[in-house]
Design a protein around this ligand. Structure first.
Ligand SMILES: *Cc1c(COP(=O)(O)O)cnc(C)c1O
Length: 396
């Protein structure tokens, strides 16, 4: 059964469908495009769903977690997987919990306060990357939807703060902390060429810093943020071009390991949200379809302000004696059941025909979808979750 026929046959809607075989095939292609000395971690915050984490196991080198909750959850699902622990505002409890887990291989330290707290709590060697908020003066991040760096943000350390951390790390009391290199996650939504320019900038900056201080860094984590184009569901980040560029970068830096930690670009494509049209209405010259569920299940289009791509699965049978509301060959806005005008999944999409009772299958719902949604708002039931293992059957 494929996604479409599964969505058509479900008795309970809405439902999330995850194609784990497709996920594995996609991540295998990503991996194959990357040179040796590039480690691929998965940023769990994009979607920490257990079966997805399990499906990724063995294909990614590890998982990036950004909270004590993610740490405990990911470690429980994939106990032998290496973890990198990031996130601003790590609490004393989170630091203590992470120190108890040998699976935590890297710490992404975000502030001097955190460095002090970690040094004070550490009773064994801990491998650290300093997360830097690099100024990106050449306009490289202009127009990028989500910039975490290159401007004032709560994320990471300004370059002069990195210098102060280096001084701290050389001082008494910091002996357990081993500085392995630099981490930078500066933006989300970058195409391969931009992403590559940014990676080169981070690697060069890191090498310069190390040279200036007589240090040897053996790794740089250049973050995630590889673009996902919701307007073009078939498009993919150009992993082969990115991989070739990284190979050139690494040729100039013998002994360096580059780590990536994408989230969205790995899992966005394997998730689908299936639902049914409850009503079709004409209002002041525009057509609206109201579906079961909404942005409390799939918040992605509301947070990003985009139209979530969907296909119509026509349902010929209409069981009721009253007229079937429909719209034909016109732009329709697809809304959910919430009592707010923000509950919009798709805006002004021209459909040949859409009727109450038809099903909609929303694509690209595998990342920042269910797990970022405000599930409790209006107290509608939760969706069902289904996992497909077809194609290579190796997802379990
Ligand atoms: C969110 C995040 C990622 C993943 O970003 P994507 O845009 O999903 O690839 C990676 N690293 C850090 C530090 C993050 O906060």
């Amino acid at each position: 059964m494929n996604i479409r026929s599964t969505a058509a046959s479900l008795t309970e809607l809405p439902a999330y469908l995850y194609d784990l075989a497709a996920l594995r095939a996609h991540v295998r292609r990503v991996r194959a495009a990357l040179p040796e000395r590039v480690e691929l971690y998965y940023a769990a915050k994009a979607n920490p769903d257990g079966p997805l984490l399990t499906a990724l196991h063995g294909l990614v080198d590890g998982y990036e977690v950004s909270s004590g909750g993610e740490l405990a959850h990911v470690h429980a699902v994939v106990p032998d997987a290496p973890l990198a622990f990031g996130g601003p505002g790590k609490s004393a409890e989170e630091i203590a919990a992470a120190l108890r887990l040998p699976a935590v291989r890297r710490w992404h330290v975000e502030s001097e306060r955190e460095l002090h707290a970690l040094a004070a709590a550490a009773d064994r060697p801990v491998d650290v990357l300093l997360r830097v908020n690099l100024p990106v003066g050449d306009g490289a991040l202009d127009g990028v939807a989500l910039a975490m760096g290159g401007r004032p943000t709560p994320f990471g350390l300004d370059p002069e703060r990195v210098e102060r951390c280096l001084a701290l790390l050389a001082s008494p009391g910091f002996g357990h902390l081993r500085l392995r290199g630099i981490h930078a996650h500066l933006a989300s939504g970058l195409a391969a060429a931009e992403q590559l320019r940014l990676a080169a900038r981070i690697v060069d900056w890191s090498a310069e810093l190390a040279a200036r201080h007589g240090l040897a860094f053996d790794e740089v984590n250049v973050g995630g943020g590889m673009a996902v184009d919701y307007a073009d569901p078939e498009a993919r980040f150009d992993w082969p071009a990115f991989g070739r560029g990284l190979a050139e970068l690494l040729d100039r830096r013998p002994g360096l390991t580059i780590r990536l930690e994408p989230g969205r670009a790995l899992t966005a494509y394997c998730g689908w949200y299936a639902t049914e049209v409850l009503d079709v209405k004409h209002s002041h010259g525009e057509d609206f379809a109201v579906v079961r569920g909404g942005t409390h299940h799939l918040r992605t289009p509301a947070t990003r302000g985009h139209t979530q791509p969907f296909t119509v699965l026509p349902v010929p049978h209409w069981p009721h004696p009253w007229p079937r509301p429909a719209v034909t060959a016109a732009p329709v806005t697809v809304c959910g059941q919430l009592c707010t005008p923000k509950d919009v999944l798709a805006s002004g999409v021209v459909v040949p025909e859409l009727r109450a009772g038809d099903r909609l299958l929303f694509a690209m719902a595998g990342a920042y979808a269910w797990n970022i949604s405000h599930h409790e708002f209006l107290m509608h039931p939760r969706p069902a979750f289904h996992y497909l293992y077809h194609l290579d059957g190796t997802a379990s």
